[in-house]
Design a protein around this ligand. Sequence first.
Ligand SMILES: [Zn+2]
Length: 150
Amino acid sequence: MPRVLTVREPWASWIMQGIPGGKDIENRTWRTHHQDWIVIHAAAALARPVPGQFPEFSPEVMAAVEKNRGRVLGIVHLLGCHLERTPECAFHGCESNPWAQWSQPGEKPIYHWELANPRRLVTPFRAEGHLGLWDATPTIEHLLKVEDWQ
Ligand SMILES: [Zn+2]
């Protein structure tokens, strides 16, 4: 049974963008040991844009964001997960990766989830979101098998 990660927009669409410029680090305050393809689900709620925050949201991405909210967008390979500001983090070049976020003093440390090779569904389908890395429902698992992929 595949696992699903609910991500707020516009970050979910940026993950599915792939190279060049797509989001290849997911920032979470909890570690995962899961390494496999995971399903990306766009939360219905939008993240609040922060002025000056990377990236500037392009009109193309924002148009995709509106129609993707509350839907399963596709899959991405979760290669690994490491703690910020560690040798492993340096190895992955996070300091020069604009998608990597960093905790401030007194905040929970951030784990960088390493993502690669997103594959998008032609038609994202609706699903309810959940917290954590959750098990795909039988309906989601079925739709992933029968829907068309880009
Ligand atoms: Zn890192």
